[in-house]
Design a protein around this ligand. Structure first.
Ligand SMILES: *Cc1c(COP(=O)(O)O)cnc(C)c1O
Length: 362
């Protein structure tokens, strides 16, 4: 197990210490004689664990008291519907900014409920490099109920580090693949959301961090489980929450605290990303065409200049214990996802493999 590194974009690798702890208490959690997944979510033991997980996330992300943290069903995509149904109020328009695949998918879903300008494309390409319009130049519609964007495009490998200023218009961000990878200023946002399976824990859970005053204006026809007012009132237990995912997320939050919190985690993530990008840029065998200012730290797509080596690259990397490097089908090439759980040793092993493979095939 120690020599395997899993670069899957999601569901992604989890910290080994967390996996071992979960294994140890799998059948008998906290001496209750049963697994945590066999317990009532309303039992005092479970409720204590759940509240602790929320508090740990609040500590890690420095979430102010006037924000609610909800543990929801339905993954990232569930929120693509929940957000317009909760936030549009009596407005017709919402601003959706397009920077890649996931912001596009969010737009398609929101179109069912809101009037969207589908030409808000922020990516530009010049001399073969893809870049993103600086936040200050985004064309924000003053009549929009909210502004939505995706700070880390998991498929495209684009990350936006600045935060747009939207004044009184609530800013909404899909942080599924960047949550907990670096500190962010929660107060700049009306709502943040993330599917769990990239940087938090197993699939089945979505975290929503929403400013209090944005709750309670949902459309009447909203499904109850998507209504933030109902989820808030019931402490995310209106129906049975994804109990095991919540528990594992809690273990990951505690692990992050032992790592020194997000300031330390960010340093490690910068180091990992630099290691791989620097090697790619120095090589004539590999390339990445995202402008340096918006290169993702979590998802690093790259291609082989001679794509006829793609299949042998993938089979040899698998033999070397470097798993799931195949790029998303819409982009092709390769992608290394290096979330928090990926140790530096994993990136070092990948760079060594890539260097050797290039030398053998030049
Ligand atoms: C993975 C991902 C999603 C979709 O998550 P699901 O849980 O599969 O619905 C949405 N947005 C981003 C940025 C993602 O990376």
């Amino acid at each position: 197990m120690n020599n395997i590194f899993n670069f899957c974009a999601g569901p992604a690798m989890l910290p080994q210490a967390v996996m071992l702890q979960a294994q140890k208490e799998f059948c008998n959690w906290q001496d209750n004689g049963v697994s945590v997944m066999e317990m009532s979510h309303r039992s005092p033991e479970y409720m204590t664990m759940a509240a602790e997980a929320e508090q740990d996330l609040r500590d890690l992300m420095d979430i102010p008291d006037n924000y609610k943290v909800l543990f929801c069903h339905g993954g990232g995509r569930g929120q693509f519907s929940a957000i317009p149904l909760n936030l549009l109020g009596d407005k017709l328009d919402a601003d959706y900014f397009l920077t890649g695949q996931w912001s596009h998918s969010a737009t398609l879903e929101a179109k069912k409920y809101a009037r969207i300008n589908e030409t808000n494309i922020l990516t530009t390409t010049s001399e073969g490099k893809t870049s993103v319009l600086p936040c200050a130049q985004w064309p924000i519609n003053a009549g929009a109920a909210y502004v939505h964007y995706c700070p880390n495009e998991t498929v495209d490998g684009i990350e936006i580090f600045d935060v747009p200023e939207t004044g009184v218009i609530p800013l909404v961000a899909d942080i599924s693949s960047t949550i907990l990878s670096r500190p962010i200023d929660v107060t700049k946002f009306g709502l943040l959301y993330a599917g769990a399976q990239k940087n938090i824990g197993p699939a089945g859970l979505a975290i929503v961090i929403v400013r209090e005053d944005l709750i309670g204006h949902a459309r009447r026809a909203i499904p109850s489980i998507f209504d933030y007012a109902i989820q808030d009132k019931f402490n995310s237990m209106y129906n049975t929450p994804p109990t095991y995912s919540w528990y594992l997320a809690g273990l990951v939050f505690k692990w992050l605290k032992t790592q020194g919190g997000l300031v330390e985690v960010e340093k490690r993530n910068i180091m990992k990303a630099n290691l791989l990008y620097t090697f790619i840029d120095s090589s004539d065998f590999y390339q990445n065409n995202i402008d340096k200012s918006v290169r993702s730290r979590m998802n690093i797509p790259f291609s082989l200049v001679d794509e006829s080596f793609n299949n042998s690259f993938l089979s040899a990397s698998k033999v070397a214990g470097l798993l799931n490097l195949k790029g998303h089908k819409s982009v092709g090439g390769m992608r290394a996802s290096v979330y928090n759980a990926m140790p530096i040793a994993g990136v070092e092993a990948l760079v060594k493999f890539m260097r050797d493979f290039a030398n053998e095939n030049m």
